[in-house]
Design a protein around this ligand. Structure first.
Ligand code: GH3
Ligand code: MG
Length: 455
């Protein structure tokens, strides 16, 4: 098969398969890596949402604590009238500022705007309550006749209502206590607590929404990762199967073919099929060359029958066999005269014709060889002396034909010496046949003689 034939080979190319697998694996790996990054981002978001919630809760607690602390200090002040409580109150209001700091911190977090407004409202409520508290403190200071200059500016700046100015000290104290203990104060406090609660509820809901969103997209990403891993597994399995089908199996088959000295089976990938076809081409050419060379080495180029070398080889092979055989040595009579009279070319033609005739005259299993210039030998396998008349007949027929040529070639005749062997080709068989031939040559040629011990 030539190049054209090889072009028509159908099969998967290992190279193409490799490229396809590498490309598919690369795409899947990129998707997987991207999905992993996405998963980390979603996970981080979930963590952030939880962290934000904790911080919001802490800050909401700070707002409430700050407000409660102010309430506690103002109430203690109105009850005990000890200045230290007023100092503690203003320390919280102006220096510690837990509520403001908590709110400032909340502004920095990723919080829901809606929730943020509630905590802001809580702070506004707390601030509005402070006006009432400071007014209460001013009433106490007024009732106790404290030096106004020693009091915080906010207290100094309070302008008492006219009806309060007219109150007695006890009434003022009672009014101050009433301001920070009455129902209105309590409701305002509850409003602060409610707004803080609403804030926390809103933050909780917001956090849960963020977590749910991140969790569901995390779930989707994990799903995609599972699909990618499954596809990778399938691809790997396909690759393994293809390697077995396209490479491993064909190699085993090829090795077996080579061991059996057979042509290679056309199987496996495109490359293997190409290799097998090329090998088979070479194999065929080699086999043909071998046949040709062996034929050349064993055959006579002029007549086409086996040559002397092959005849000797055959003698060796038959030496130890058990079958009976006959050896005929055939020589063309006065052949020199043909050469001299008609030329060498005619001589060759006569030799060719003689060889052909001998070959056609004997059985296919008999071996005809050219063992000299005008000398031939026939080994008749499985032949006993019983066949003498048959042999005689054959020889007579051949001589008859050669003596009456119808092809324009000169007349010739053959002299033949024959010897039999009961088993194989003994060493002296040739000599016997040759001596029988000599007898024919001595006795007028054109005929045959069977070797006889008594000759
Ligand atoms: P005899 O009857 O005693 O055999 O006489 P003969 O002339 O045939 O003598 P011999 O067998 O010795 O001669 C063989 C001749 O065959 C000698 C040689 O020139 C000739 N010869 C050998 N090989 C070839 C060949 O290939 N072609 C031709 N044309 N002649 C050959
Ligand atoms: Mg001769």
């Amino acid at each position: 098969m030539g190049k054209e034939g090889k072009k028509q080979i159908r099969g998967i190319k290992i190279q193409s398969m490799n490229y396809a697998m590498i490309a598919a694996a690369a795409v899947l790996y990129v998707i997987l890596i991207y999905a992993t990054i996405q998963a980390s981002v979603r996970y981080r978001r979930m963590m952030d949402a939880t962290e934000d919630y904790i911080l919001c809760e802490k800050d909401a607690a700070l707002v409430r604590e700050g407000s409660d602390y102010l309430t506690e200090q103002v109430r203690l002040y109105t009850m005990t009238m000890e200045p230290e409580y007023m100092e503690a109150y203003f320390e919280e209001k102006n220096v510690t500022r837990r509520r403001e700091q908590a709110l400032a911190e909340l502004g920095g977090y990723r919080t829901s705007q809606e929730a943020y407004e509630y905590i802001h409202k809580a702070l506004d409520n707390s601030n509005r309550l402070m006006e009432r508290e400071i007014y209460a403190m001013r009433l106490i200071a007024q009732a106790k006749n404290y030096d106004l200059d020693s009091l915080p500016e906010e207290v100094q700046n309070v302008v008492l209502l006219e009806e309060d100015e007219r109150l007695s000290s006890e009434e003022m104290i009672a009014s101050a206590r009433n301001l920070v203990f009455d129902y209105g104060y309590q409701s305002a406090k509850e409003l602060i607590a409610t707004n803080t609660e609403i804030f926390l509820d809103a933050i909780m809901k917001w956090t849960r929404d963020r977590q749910m969103e991140s969790a569901s997209s995390l779930e989707a990403i994990m799903g995609r990762q599972r699909i990618c891993i499954s596809i990778l597994f399938v691809l790997n399995t396909i690759t393994f199967i293809l390697v077995i089908v396209l490479i491993v199996k064909p190699l085993q088959i090829y090795i077996n073919c080579i061991k059996a000295e057979k042509q290679l089976e056309i199987t496996g990938s495109y490359e293997f099929k190409y290799l097998a076809l090329t090998y088979n081409d070479i194999y065929e050419v080699n086999a043909a060359n071998e046949i040709l060379l062996r034929h050349k080495a064993e055959h006579d180029p002029l007549t086409g029958v086996i040559n002397r070398g092959a005849f000797e080889h055959m003698k060796q092979l038959l030496k130890t066999t058990a079958d009976p055989l006959a050896l005929l040595i055939i020589d063309v009579d006065k052949f020199k005269l043909i050469n001299d009279g008609y030329g060498h070319e005619v001589g060759d033609k006569v030799l060719k014709k003689t060889a052909k005739m001998i070959q056609e005259g004997f059985r296919a299993r008999d071996h005809v060889a050219r063992i000299g210039g005008d000398e031939f030998a026939v080994i008749m396998t499985n032949c006993t002396e019983e066949l003498r008349p048959v042999i005689q007949e054959k020889i007579d027929a051949m001589n008859q034909k050669l003596q009456n040529p119808d092809d324009g070639l000169p007349k010739v005749s053959l002299s033949i010496g024959i010897a039999f062997s009961d088993s194989g080709f003994p060493d002296d068989l040739y000599k016997k046949a040759d001596s029988a031939l000599y007898i024919v040559k001595e006795n007028g040629r054109c005929g045959c003689h069977f070797y006889d011990e008594n000759d």
